[in-house]
Design a protein around this ligand. Structure first.
Ligand SMILES: Cc1ncc(COP(=O)(O)O)c(C=O)c1O
Length: 398
């Protein structure tokens, strides 16, 4: 693995060599909970971190480490540590650094679960949370300049794919002495590297695009060795450890990360353009469209616009109810990033935890449908949506 290998090569090769045994070409799933030592001094040295090795599965595991190493290299980070889910990665990272009396600045449009941490749990711990209008860079800069410990961003956002300028925000964070954390789940390391744009930490729900097959939960955070060590310590004690089987599945999924994300990004672009032509569609949200308010920022910081898009339908929830069951090539499910196209109303999926009023305040119409594009042939997907629209339109009373 050379230093300047590209993401497609890294997805296949990176991080694996040290974990291969018996001449195997694939990383094994090590299910052992504990690791035995005959030499008491060696055991002690590994236990205190003086020597490399494993002690107990809640702390480290070879399969899990191979996964961490691959993501670390793809994100251009010094270190990475993993978690049982993406939410564990987010909550453990926040809990590592925030103490009562701290202030955190973020945006209104983060993933519903993250938003709940901001609105429900952090205030209970006497952490002041300031949620700015997503895309209002001046407001974020003003709030950050007032002083905060963390500036937390997600870009593109879930589900309306709003874009925040990472480089500009990282500068604001640095000037205020804040840690800049970016959830790159929608971006993926193929399309976007927040650390290279100045962020301190980058988080993924590995359940989504990294794994890509909707069969394993996981989360990961990457950054400097110093910061990641602190997060790892919090996690090893609090216990939200990634399962070795999940690590194996995600590691295997990641081998095709570039191919999948490239196809998903192409499919999303074509589908967004098709949706724009549809009578029943009120608005299409995709950063690759020139009509997207932050298209220029997306162009600057992303290498591809990603596989996520959303659209609002005329007739709101009623239309959603008629339209979605007609699709043949889409799972109607609360997930994203898989090889199959997946659709769902934001009110049932990403923002189910919010009230209709909270969703409205976030600019999420009740008739908003989120699409996670799969890797299918786009002609089939467009034809599928076409027939579903025709069905709904033929049944319209007006
Ligand atoms: C952007 C984003 N971040 C984090 C998460 C949480 O990930 P997980 O479901 O793996 O906990 C999600 C889940 O949908 C997400 O969309």
């Amino acid at each position: 693995m050379t230093q300047n290998s590209k993401a497609g090569t890294q997805s296949v090769w990176a991080g694996e060599k040290d974990y291969l045994v018996h001449g195997a070409t694939q990383v094994p799933v090590v299910l052992s909970v504990a690791y035995g030592y005959d030499d008491m001094d060696e055991w002690y040295d590994v236990a205190i971190g003086k020597k490399k090795g494993h002690i107990y599965g809640r702390n480290t595991n070879p399969t899990v480490q191979a996964f961490e190493d691959k993501v670390k290299i793809l994100e251009g980070a010094e270190a990475a540590t993993s978690f049982s889910t993406g939410m564990a990665a987010i909550s453990n990272t926040l809990s590592t650094f925030l103490v009562p009396g701290d202030r955190i600045v973020s945006i209104k449009d983060t993933y519903g679960g993250t938003n709940k941490i901001f609105t429900e749990f952090l205030p209970r711990q006497q952490v002041e949370v300031v949620l700015c209008e997503t895309g209002n860079h001046e407001q974020i800069e003003e709030e950050v300049a007032k002083g905060c410990s963390i500036l937390y961003l997600e870009t593109p956002t879930n589900p309306t794919v709003k874009i925040t300028d990472i480089e500009r925000m990282a500068k604001a964070g640095r000037e205020a002495g804040a840690l800049v954390v970016v959830d790159n789940t929608f971006g993926t390391p193929i399309n976007q590297n927040p650390l290279a744009l100045g962020a301190d930490l980058v988080i993924h729900s590995a359940t989504k695009f990294l794994g890509g097959h909707a069969d394993a939960l996981g989360g990961v955070v990457c950054g400097s060795a110093e910061l990641v060590e602190k997060i790892y310590h919090f996690r090893e004690i609090n216990g939200a450890t990634m399962d070795p089987m999940a690590a194996y599945l995600i590691l295997r999924g990641m081998k095709t990360l570039k191919l999948r994300v490239r196809q998903q990004s192409e499919n999303a672009m074509a589908l967004a353009k098709f949706l724009e032509t549809q009578e029943l569609v009120e608005g299409v949200y995709y950063p690759g469209l020139e009509t997207h308010p932050n298209h220029e920022i997306a162009k600057k910081q992303m290498r591809g616009f990603g596989g996520m898009l959303s659209f609002a339908v005329k007739g709101g929830v009623e239309t959603v109810r008629d339209l979605l069951p007609k699709l043949q090539y889409a799972n109607r499910a609360a997930n994203l990033g898989a090889v199959e196209t997946t659709v769902g109303p934001a009110r049932t999926t990403s923002h189910v935890e919010c009230t209709p009023e909270e969703r409205a305040a976030m600019g999420i119409p009740e008739g908003l449908i989120r699409i996670s594009c799969g890797i299918e042939d786009i002609e089939d997907i467009i034809a599928d949506f076409e027939q579903a629209f025709q069905y709904v339109e033929s049944g319209l009373k007006v």
